[in-house]
Every structure is written in structure tokens, then in C-alpha cells.
Write a protein that binds this ligand. Structure first.
Ligand code: F6P
Length: 348
């Protein structure tokens, strides 16, 4: 019986289990057996529990029970050793010994670079973009992004309700690494008045000025949605010099964060600004229907491609259609940040 292998790699993302379920169902349909590899590329190298435990044949019945669950049953991890060409050669050798017709990699940018290298070593690989960050430019949406945004929207709505009750503006930090898409969509969907992203430079003074105007106009639920990567695009501002006269203990050179931003804005605007960091709930949420439908189509497409002898591809979605393209082309694409939407949110 021909076999294919699957692994999940990088940060987990809601919908990974749904994708594995779709892969398992399609594999069973075509009479292929499915090998699960635990903890990303680490499992291929037996780095955690040894190859005997990290690589195993997946049972369709067990897989079907997982479909709607958040997290990834296969576990996930980042694998720094995979940067080493010798380690990748070992992984390719192990895959060849498993006699698989190909490998499906569900993960983000780093995981796709690993898959690209494995393709060069003769292993047909298919990538499914599993990351909440939405930072893969070739696809309009990555798996897990929609769930993360919905999680943030629910949280921001709740924060805005209590902000209004107490006349307290809010700073809400969301994930996304170097990509501001989660912050942008969350701010757009919740009617938040300020959004800060890594793609655009911003200054504490400008944010304070806009917040002062909003509060003066009676908008005491004003919300600043800040992407975790946005502190890197902040124009120089010495938080220490600013907060010291207020008796605040801030270490010199300390990086800006949600709490520091809220304290600084509180002193600059005299509004009772509070901070919330949403954190890992964004990754552990129940996947939305949108993510599950993409997972279903992507998982199916991955198996059909491998069964047809086609590798070196990644799957994405464009104009509401699931498509595939070469991994090399996909990794060369550059992002097109929605600057006009950013400006609109920050000015209305
Ligand atoms: O890439 C997904 C992501 O959740 C990012 O948004 C975040 O910066 C990072 O992973 C957090 O990684 P870790 O799980 O290692 O804390």
C-alpha cells in the first residue's frame, strides 16, 4: 500500500486537526495509508521520543474524532537544527526509508522553507499554510487566521463594553509576529479607533494626541489595537524619561509593551487607559467554519497532488477558491499591506 506522511510545524493554528482529518479521509479514499510525524521536523529526526514513537501510522477512526478540536493532535515544534543541511539530509533519508510518496507540511513560512529544502533532496512535499499570522503573501488567508481574528473580535467587544462602563480607553495587544493583519482586521471589525502595526511607523505622541481628541469628544471606549510586532515600528520615545517624574520604575532601554504604552498614555492624556494582552487564546480557539472549510479543501488537494505525482507545491486561497502553486514562486512573493485601510481606521 502506498503511504504519505503529514506533520504540523511552527506555532499551532486552529484548523490544523481539520486539515489532518481531511488528509486522512482522502488518503483512505484513494487506498493510501497515512504516517503521522510528531512535533514537526523534530519527529523525523527522532529528537524527542525516538523515531519509533514519533513516527506512526494514523488510524482513520482516531483522526475523525479530532476534526473539530483546536490545537494539533500531532503536536508541533520549531526545529532549529533543520537549518543545518546535514540534518535535512538525515530527515530526507528517514523519509525515503519510510517509503512515502510524499510529505504534507502544515505550518508557516519557516516550515515551508524546510519543505522547499526537502523537495530539493527528492522528497515531494506539499505545504498547507498553517499559521494565525497571515504572513504568507501568496495566499489571501492562512489556516487559523480567521479563528484568531474572531477570537480577538470577541475579546475586544467585551473590553469595549467594560471600557465604556468605566470611561476607560483600552490598549489591546494581539499576536501576528511581524504582520499587522490580525490587528488590522480586529480593529476594522470592532470599530476600534486606533490600530498600530509593524508595517507602519507611529509615535506615542501622535497616539496620545488622537486619544485626547477622542476622549474630549466623549468617546471613552476608544480602543488602541496594537499588533505585538508594532513596538518595532515605534518612533524613538524614551519611556524611562517620560515616566520617571511620575514615580514609575521603568528600566532604561526597556522595550515598549502594552502595559507601558497604557501607563504612558494615561499620563499624557489623563484618561484611565488600561491594557489587555490577549495572548495564546488566539491560537487555542475552536476553529471557525471558514478555517475548517479551507482545511477540508487544502487537505484534500494535498493528497490528490501527491497521488498524482506532483510535489513542490503549496496550497492557498484566492477569490474564495483553493489553489496550488509552486513553493518556490510562493516564497518569493512580497506582501501588499492594506495601507489605505490602516489610514481609514486611524482617521475616522
Ligand atoms: O507564529 C504564530 C505565533 O503565535 C505568533 O503570532 C507569535 O509571535 C508566536 O507564534 C509566539 O510563539 P511561541 O509559541 O513560541 O510563544
Amino acid at each position: 500500500m502506498s503511504r504519505i506522511a503529514v506533520l504540523t510545524s511552527g506555532g499551532d493554528s486552529p484548523g490544523m486537526n481539520s486539515a489532518v482529518t481531511s488528509i486522512a479521509r482522502t488518503a483512505a479514499y484513494y487506498g493510501l495509508s497515512l504516517i503521522g510525524i510528531k512535533r514537526g521536523y523534530n519527529g523525523l529526526l527522532g529528537l524527542k521520543d525516538g523515531a519509533e514513537n514519533d513516527i506512526y501510522e494514523m488510524n482513520l477512526d482516531t483522526v475523525l474524532d479530532l476534526a473539530d478540536l483546536p490545537g494539533t493532535y500531532l503536536r508541533t515544534a520549531r526545529c532549529a537544527q533543520f537549518m543545518d543541511p546535514k540534518v535535512r539530509e538525515e530527515a530526507a533519508r528517514n523519509l525515503k526509508q519510510l517509503d512515502v510518496i510524499g510529505l504534507v507540511v502544515i505550518g508557516g513560512d519557516g516550515s515551508f522553507h524546510g519543505a522547499q529544502q526537502l523537495c530539493k533532496l527528492g522528497i515531494p512535499c506539499i505545504g498547507i499554510p498553517g499559521t494565525i499570522d497571515n504572513d504568507l503573501p501568496y495566499t489571501e488567508m492562512t489556516l487559523g487566521y480567521d479563528t484568531a481574528v474572531n477570537c480577538d473580535v470577541e475579546a475586544v467587544r467585551a473590553i469595549r463594553a467594560t471600557s465604556r462602563s468605566h470611561d476607560r480607553p483600552a490598549v489591546v495587544e494581539v499576536m501576528g509576529r511581524n504582520c499587522g493583519d490580525i490587528a488590522l482586521s480586529t480593529a476594522e471589525a470592532t470599530g476600534s479607533e486606533i490600530v498600530l502595526v509593524p508595517e507602519m511607523p507611529w509615535s506615542v505622541e501622535e497616539v496620545a494626541e488622537r486619544l485626547t481628541k477622542l476622549v474630549a469628544a466623549g468617546n471613552t471606549r476608544a480602543t488602541i489595537v496594537v499588533a505585538e510586532g508594532a513596538y518595532a515600528s515605534m518612533k524613538p520615545f524614551d519611556v524611562y524619561e517620560y515616566l520617571r517624574p511620575f514615580g514609575k520604575e521603568v528600566y532604561h532601554g526597556q522595550h515598549m509593551n502594552a502595559n507601558l504604552l497604557a501607563s504612558t498614555l494615561k499620563h499624557m492624556t489623563h484618561a484611565e487607559v488600561r491594557a489587555t494582552v490577549i495572548g495564546y487564546t488566539q491560537r487555542g480557539c475552536q476553529p471557525t467554519a471558514r478555517d475548517c472549510t479551507f482545511a477540508f479543501e487544502a487537505g484534500n488537494m494535498a493528497v490528490v497532488l501527491l497521488k498524482s505525482g506532483i510535489g513542490n507545491q503549496v496550497i492557498g486561497t484566492r477569490n474564495n477558491r483553493t489553489f496550488h502553486t509552486s513553493i518556490d514562486t510562493a516564497l518569493c512573493e512580497t506582501r501588499n499591506f492594506k495601507e489605505s485601510l490602516y489610514n481609514l481606521i486611524n482617521s475616522l
